[in-house]
Write a protein that binds this ligand. Structure first.
Ligand SMILES: [Zn+2]
Length: 81
């Protein structure tokens, strides 16, 4: 699938809806953005918290992705038990 998009005045490009649906991209998703051989590559950050689905500050906890906020809440639950 090839499409053309125009860069706006502050450097944004809209990712076509077809791509967003096919690749399951959602508002708030984070991307690794890098240049390679003259191409700009956007790679979706794949680790999402198993509880709240964020991809921000996600760590491996016993083999599962858990974000900093949820990890803190889990610790709080153990502290108050
Ligand atoms: Zn979380």
């Amino acid at each position: 699938m090839t499409t053309y998009r125009k860069l706006d005045k502050i450097g944004r490009i809209t990712i076509p809806k077809e791509f967003r649906e096919k690749l399951e991209l959602f508002r708030g998703d984070f991307f690794e953005v890098f240049e390679k051989d003259g191409d700009i590559i956007f790679r979706k950050s794949t680790d999402r918290c198993i509880f709240c689905k964020t991809s921000i500050n996600v760590f491996n906890v016993l083999g599962k992705p858990v974000c900093k906020v949820c990890r803190g809440e889990i610790r709080g639950d153990f502290d108050s038990a």
